[in-house]
Design a binder for this molecule. Structure first.
Ligand SMILES: *Cc1c(COP(=O)(O)O)cnc(C)c1O
Length: 406
């Protein structure tokens, strides 16, 4: 899964080039930086690798989402439809621009259920934000038609699916804008970092300014820059960009290892007819960061998780249903409005409503789901061993259940 697992001389070399000039900032200092522009170089590499017209680096995936929402003109009074299975950053960003996160069910793609999106549309809806969870993608074809039909903005949270594609196009480049995260555990890392991708020049120019206090970046003297609008400091540093530059050059190597290990694990787990796998709208575009699979019942799934814990193979296997970070069930801080500063009235009302909203159809999916993170460090032999151990554990749990229910 994460690029940090294969830390190498390439990353050290890129970082050292920045350390030699001592210019750690991405803007200005033209002469002492001696031609080293790691952030600009990484933005160009992102555009080239993913087929995006523009890319704006930021300090994190969360700030990339915040920047994108602001650049797309989403703010107070606007509703953003997003899934109830995601990372907390998705709603944090929506709240931070003053907009209302509208959480809806996921289906067996582990992403937005298009029917639930349709039902959630109101006169205040401005944006649909699919989150391409766990290396794979949302049903973008259907979501695009919904957005076109209702004139809504499509913002892709592709933070977890760098390198995945949908019908030949990279996720993150398909909507009005998309975001990547380069935090430490993502497919490629900067240590911390993120990016907004877009093909819209005006949106890009707003991201460029918004992530740097509203600077227009038009002059040669930073001190004399104009500020056509307010912004924040969501800049990435040259040190972080240098790491990312080394990592993006190695992305294809990482993806090839992921696909190999993913396929061995899947082949072995497929021996069990009781297991089903996540629905993937375009299987060829899976980045294979995770293998996500379902068991027949919550009871069996819990038994498998417990036994994996006992046998020490739980590491890297995620039972999101009980996880504090990724699923609505455990987001008490969100449902109880536990912000340090007051939210606007519409936001407070929406969060309160989450306390009683029915997510039973997502519960029925998430309570049976386990995602296995695919490590870049596993050899083929180790992958097979791990998979066979998992099959043994699953068989045991299934047998136990059939004994107790017969
Ligand atoms: C990691 C992640 C983010 C946020 O990225 P950071 O760089 O950690 O701020 C946003 N959305 C999803 C789905 C993520 O997994």
């Amino acid at each position: 899964m994460p690029g940090f697992e294969l830390w190498s001389d390439e990353e050290r070399k890129e970082v050292n080039e920045v350390l030699e000039t001592g210019i750690l900032m991405r803007y200005g200092f033209d002469s002492p930086r001696k031609g080293k522009w790691k952030s600009k170089e990484l933005e160009q590499a992102i555009c080239k690798r993913f087929g995006s017209k523009y890319a704006q680096l930021t300090s994190s995936g969360t700030s990339a989402l915040t920047t994108a929402l602001a650049a797309l003109g989403i703010g107070a009074g606007d509703e953003v439809i997003m899934p109830c299975f995601t990372f907390v950053a998705s709603f944090e960003a929506v709240l931070s621009v003053g907009a209302v996160p509208v959480l809806v069910d996921v289906d067996e793609t582990l992403t937005l259920e298009p029917g639930a999106v349709r039902k959630a549309i109101t006169s205040k809806t401005k944006c649909v934000m699919p989150v391409h969870m766990c290396g794979s993608m949302a049903d973008l074809g259907t979501l695009i038609s919904i957005c076109n039909e209702h004139r809504l903005i499509l913002l892709e949270d592709a933070c977890q699916s760098i390198g995945a594609s949908y019908k030949g196009k990279h996720v993150g480049t398909i909507g009005n804008a998309g975001t990547f995260s380069f935090d430490f555990v993502k497919t490629i890392t900067c240590g911390e970092g993120g990016a907004v991708l877009t093909s819209d020049e005006a949106v890009y120019a707003k991201c460029d300014g918004s992530s740097d206090h509203g600077h227009d970046h038009k002059g040669v003297d930073r001190g004399a820059d104009l500020h056509p609008f307010l912004g924040y400091n969501f800049r990435i540093s040259e040190l972080h960009a240098a790491v990312g530059l080394a990592q993006i050059k190695r992305l294809d190597e990482f993806l090839a290892i992921q696909r190999r290990n993913h396929s061995s694990l899947k082949n072995i787990l497929s021996q069990l007819p009781e297991i089903s796998f996540r629905k993937i709208p375009d299987p060829a575009g899976d980045s294979c960061t995770f293998l996500s699979w379902f068991l027949p019942t919550e009871e069996v799934t819990r038994a498998v998780v417990d036994e994996m814990k006992t046998q020490n193979v739980l590491a890297g296997n995620f039972y999101w249903y009980d996880n504090n970070w990724h699923y609505i069930r455990k987001w008490d801080h969100l449902k109880n409005n536990l912000t340090l500063h007051s939210l606007n009235d519409a936001q407070q009302l929406a969060l309160k409503k989450l306390q009683s909203q029915n997510f039973s159809s997502s519960d029925a999916i998430m309570s049976r789901c386990i995602s296995s993170a695919i490590s870049l460090l596993w050899t083929e032999e180790q992958t097979r061993e791990k998979a066979e151990k998992m099959v043994g554990i699953i068989r045991k749990a299934l047998n136990k259940q059939s004994v107790t229910t017969s």
